[in-house]
Design a protein around this ligand. Structure first.
Ligand code: ZN
Length: 293
């Protein structure tokens, strides 16, 4: 599953091809992905321009001149490829390599910018939906999402208030999309490590009795922002390498400090701990039992 920084690097990669450009022609080679494609999918897009390309959690949102919004989700294995006069590239930086097999090219957007934007998805867990702009606030997929972790709304006061009185652990609280949107397993582990907080710690302990944030909440919010910014920056700078290595990406992995590093030495200065893996709510958690408390 692509994580938030991966989706953001995809958004940035698509922007030059899509922002301000019209859909000259849309080819839908299937009627369904994870869900059936919206009715008259190609006809509703053709002729309209992309006035803005945004992101909410792991959703890409293309604002259209028609007054509708094209909502795109990569699912497990989805990716976009850009093609222009024989040149090709795959925007975004993925932990797992993306398919380039043309038999999984399901949607082709021929844009007036000269670029063709190709949606490839071998497992077809990705999906697209067209929603009128005016109804976006009521859209069920987006309605229940908490604040964006990189937005102003997300701060220590908000996080502490959301965790107040919670008996759940911090791993579960940060994985809850209603508390903060789009943080996946990898970045929850990495942020807790950077904040030196145990994933097993009760979420309520980042707030005082009145729900006000303590130093742990402040450290946690800073760590979440920092780890996401670092990952996005790494994705942005690696686009060139990505093309050269034919999609075989492993560069993210060596940037992880705990994720997938079971038995490895802790990188915290002065800490002699070894990274441990435990299972919480059916997912692996990686952490240092010595410096994460
Ligand atoms: Zn440690």
């Amino acid at each position: 599953m692509p994580e938030l920084p991966e989706v953001e690097t995809v958004r940035r990669g698509l922007e030059p091809a899509m922002q301000g450009a019209r859909f000259s022609k849309v080819e839908a080679r299937r009627k369904n992905l994870r869900f059936p494609l919206p009715r008259n999918f190609a006809a509703r897009l053709q002729g309209s321009a992309v006035t803005g390309l945004g992101r909410r959690a792991k959703y890409l949102l293309a604002d259209l001149s028609s007054g509708e919004v094209l909502l795109m989700h990569l699912g497990m294995s989805g990716s976009f490829r850009l093609a222009k006069q024989g040149k090709g590239e795959t925007p975004g930086a993925f932990h797992h390599a993306r398919s380039k097999d043309e038999k999984h090219d399901h949607l082709l957007f021929h844009m007036s910018s000269g670029w063709t934007v190709i949606f490839n998805d071998p497992r077809r867990f990705g999906f697209m939906k067209i929603v009128p702009r005016a109804e976006l606030a009521r859209e069920p997929l987006l309605r229940a999402l908490g604040p964006e972790p990189l937005g102003n709304e997300f701060d220590a006061a908000m996080l502490a208030a959301a965790c107040r009185g919670k008996t759940a652990n911090l791993k579960a609280a940060l994985s809850d999309q209603k508390i903060v949107a789009g943080l996946g397993n990898i970045y929850v582990c990495e942020a807790l490590f950077r904040a030196h907080l145990s994933p097993k710690r009760r979420a309520a302990t980042i707030a005082d009795k009145g729900g006000k944030p303590n130093a742990r909440a402040v450290a946690l919010v800073a760590a979440i922002r920092e780890v996401l910014h670092d990952a996005i920056a790494a994705g942005g700078s690696s686009l060139r390498d990505h093309r050269q290595t034919n999609g075989e990406l492993g560069y993210f992995q060596h940037r992880f400090r705990v994720y997938d590093r079971e038995g490895g030495r802790c990188t915290t200065l002065g800490c002699r701990g070894k990274i441990r893996r435990i299972v919480q709510a059916g997912r692996s958690t990686f952490y240092c039992p010595v410096c994460q408390r």
